[in-house]
Design a protein around this ligand. Structure first.
Ligand code: NAI
Length: 333
């Protein structure tokens, strides 16, 4: 079995090679993104393993099919970058890693909240310069405040439990079944409008679907509590990036933590420090003192990386055995 892994970095090579000692598949690590131009590199590979910012649209899938690919083994939970209908039409199975470490993402979201609230990047930069003053570093107690969790699946539930541990009132919005563990901790399921208008901190943990695209737009930002904090570790497309700038300028949005960004493809996971940043919206966001941007690193813990490699190769193995698991279906859920 030959598999090519696009957008590979040294950490992918290390974790996949270690997991592959069990399977001994022929793995080829490719640094390039997968797109219509690079799909040719997958010629002769049974399986293709893309990452989150690779393009797996109909054109790419057709080229992969022509090259003999029969399996897309995503090394991510999210699958919004795959044209599932085209894959089905072309007879290419798509599998993913539905759960690795929900703790990794939830804990990173909490990290963003603490770093923003207590101005940690600014405080650290100051003490390094010998400036030990506190002006401008005033935070607030999370205890007693309200956090709104949008999407209480695996990650949102872990996040809600941690925030309940801080003594926060948890409000939740999810069109699916309420999570028992959150209810047991006193969480209240409310409408999206209520969540937005009553939360001091809003955190996004729902998938990117047509229904959730730009869920946070001008209107949603206007309906939030003045000065509230917004955290997005879900997907960039959940938030209309342009709308954030206006809300930050007026102070309607008090703090913003982004681990994902709508136009992150081609930027995140790469070192662009020697070039002028071409994305004016991101450049503006990075200039606000009350904004923290991390480059899609919420998943990036040792435990999660090992789990991703193990599950991906396990998915390939199950597919080879004729009993595929973790298949992504065409219905959007
Ligand atoms: P999950 O499938 O367990 O949970 C998603 C939840 O969102 C479900 O309970 C679902 O009912 C809910 N949902 C669906 N439509 C919704 C809507 N319109 N409004 C509110 N909730 C809605 O997924 P999981 O594992 O918790 O991951 C959530 C998302 O986090 C993923 O879809 C992915 O995009 C993102 N993610 C980000 C990572 C990062 O490194 N930044 C890493 C892993 C996942």
């Amino acid at each position: 079995m030959r598999m090519i892994l696009f957008s590979s970095r040294q950490y992918d090579i290390d974790t996949f090679n270690e997991a592959n000692t069990t399977y001994r598949y022929d793995l080829q690590f490719q640094e390039s993104h997968l797109d219509a131009d690079t799909a040719i590199l997958a010629q002769g590979f049974d399986a293709v393993c893309p990452f989150v910012n690779d393009s797996v649209d109909a054109t790419v899938l057709e080229r992969l099919r022509d090259g003999g690919t029969k399996l897309i083994a995503l090394r991510s939970a999210g699958f919004n970058h795959v044209d599932l209908a085209a894959a089905e039409r072309l007879g290419i199975a798509v599998v993913r890693v539905p759960a690795y470490s929900p703790h990794a993402v939830a804990e990173h979201a909490v990290g963003l909240i603490l770093a923003l609230n207590r101005r940690l990047p600014r405080a650290v930069a100051r003490t390094r310069e010998g400036d030990f003053s506190l002006n401008g570093l005033l935070g607030f107690d999370l205890h007693g405040k309200t956090v709104g969790v949008i999407g209480t699946g695996m990650i949102g539930r872990v996040f809600g439990r941690i925030m309940a541990g801080f003594g926060m009132q948890v409000l939740a919005y999810d069109p699916g079944t309420p999570a028992d563990d959150l209810l047991a901790l006193g969480a209240r399921y409310v409408t999206l409008d209520t969540l937005l208008s009553e939360s001091d901190v809003v955190s996004l943990h729902c998938p990117l679907l047509p229904a959730t695209h730009h869920l946070i737009n001008d209107a949603a930002l206007a309906s939030m509590k003045r000065g509230a904090m917004l955290i997005n570790t879900g997907r960039g497309g959940l938030v209309e990036s342009n709308a954030l700038i206006g809300a930050l300028k007026t102070g309607q949005l008090g703090n913003l933590g982004l681990d994902v960004y709508e136009e992150e493809g081609g930027l995140f996971f790469e070192d662009h420090s020697n070039h002028p940043l071409q994305d004016d919206v991101l450049a503006r966001l990075l200039m606000f003192p009350n904004v923290i941007v991390t480059a899609h690193q919420a998943f990036f813990t040792r435990e999660a990386m090992n789990e991703i490699a193990q599950t991906t190769l396990g998915n390939v193995n199950a597919w080879l055995d004729g009993a595929p698991r973790n298949l992504v279906q065409t219905r959007a859920d």
